[in-house]
Design a protein around this ligand. Structure first.
Ligand code: AMP
Length: 198
């Protein structure tokens, strides 16, 4: 495949949604590179703050360790600040945000303020039992304190309760591009790029 990302992929303001362990982070980094967009991961920003020992990091960690979501007010302010940075002006790929209906409304507000709207929502479809196995393995490899089996189960429940409903909201807006997330990393990547250029 040759790269003509801008011509081939006109979508510029993108979200990637899927349960924990669906491969969002891996795919977000690749898609963002292919489309020359910044990948903005709220989980990564929280982890960076935990690593730096900031006040935000201390607050976020108490939630992350339990598999719970960081409060919307905190998360929304953090994303608003990140979207105000220059590299996000012409587009972005949000990974792991929004995750609640309140965050959807907040993001709508941020975009409306700028006279922008979302172009597409990539939904990674996965088998949940397979995902637990992947996450247990990632926890062992990367030492992530939120990748223990108990926390993983809690994160999947929280996803089902709070984030799965977002799929209906975005489907209603005609934005969702559903991609099979169980194939290999390369195959999933190709399927996402194909879905975005449809
Ligand atoms: P992730 O790396 O996207 O799986 O995120 C790891 C953890 O960070 C989540 O389990 C939450 O505790 C927190 N987090 C990340 N994104 C959000 C968000 N949009 N809203 C609330 N909490 C979040």
């Amino acid at each position: 495949m040759t790269d003509a990302p801008h011509a081939a992929h006109p979508d510029r303001r993108l979200l990637i949604i899927g349960p924990p362990g669906a491969g969002k982070g891996t795919q977000a980094a690749r898609i963002a590179e292919a489309l020359d967009l910044p990948a903005i991961s709220t989980g990564d920003i929280f982890r960076a703050n935990v690593g730096e020992g900031t006040e935000l990091g201390r607050l976020a960690q108490s939630y992350m360790d339990k598999g719970e979501y960081v409060p919307d007010s905190v998360t929304n302010d953090m994303v608003a600040a990140r979207l105000s940075e220059a590299d996000a002006a012409d587009g972005f790929l949000l990974d792991g945000y929004p995750r609640t209906l309140d965050q959807v409304a907040a993001l709508d507000g941020m975009l409306t303020e700028r006279g922008r709207e979302l172009d597409a929502v990539i939904l990674l479809d996965v088998d949940l039992e397979e995902v637990v196995a992947r996450l247990v393995q990632r926890g062992a490899e990367q030492g992530r304190s939120d990748d223990t089996e108990e926390t993983i189960r809690r994160r999947l429940d929280v996803y089902a309760e709070q984030t799965a409903p977002l799929v209906d909201v975005y489907s209603g807006r005609g934005l969702v591009r559903r991609v099979d997330g169980m194939a290999s990393i390369d195959e999933v990547n190709a399927a996402i790029l194909a879905a975005l250029s449809r």
